[in-house]
Ligand binder design. Structure first.
Ligand code: THU
Length: 160
């Protein structure tokens, strides 16, 4: 038996103001769309904003449903829209902001496992990493240089 060590490097920004200016405005768009989420069941709003290499910014938020599993996360709402409308564009960056309507969410909220799987599909499709920035409602922002950093031992088309 041998041990395998898996390591990822992440970067922590103290707050929004510490972000590079183009990321700051992308995160502002994520926050804006977060507040328009349809989340009457969880009261947990999530917003995602993505910058494409053609300059277009795509935003999305979580859409819930009385039949709970029929709802969709913000990240997938946004990325599937980008994939459908701009199939040849590359996604450069994704900014995510999330938080409860009932309390302050200070902790950075990373994309869920299903969203990580969805996002990594596009990294593989475009053969280029997507920078991911995520935060709560306020506070620290975490950056990962790629989604793959957040999804060790990912499942992809190479095994099919
Ligand atoms: N949610 C997202 O939009 N993105 C995630 O990565 C995690 C969870 C949404 C789904 C649901 O509407 C609410 O947050 C609570 O789970």
């Amino acid at each position: 038996m041998k041990e395998i060590k898996i390591e990822s490097t992440l970067y922590v920004f103290e707050n929004l103001e510490e972000l590079p200016s183009e990321v700051f405005s992308l995160m502002k768009k994520a926050i804006e769309i977060r507040d328009k989420a349809y989340a009457p069941y969880s009261n947990f709003n999530v917003g995602a904003a993505m910058l494409l290499d053609n300059g277009v910014v795509i935003t999305g938020n979580n859409q819930e449903n009385a039949s709970y599993p029929s709802g969709l996360c913000a990240e997938r709402t946004a990325i599937y829209y980008a994939g459908s409308q701009y199939p040849n564009a590359k996604i450069i960056q994704m900014a995510i902001s999330a938080g409860s309507k009932n309390k302050e969410t200070i902790k950075p909220i990373p994309p869920c496992g299903a969203c990580r799987q969805a996002i990594v599909e596009y990294e593989i499709k475009q053969n280029a990493p997507i920078e991911i920035y995520f935060m709560g409602k306020v506070g620290n922002v975490i950056k990962s240089d790629s989604l793959a950093n957040l999804l060790p031992l990912g499942f992809d088309k190479s095994v099919l």
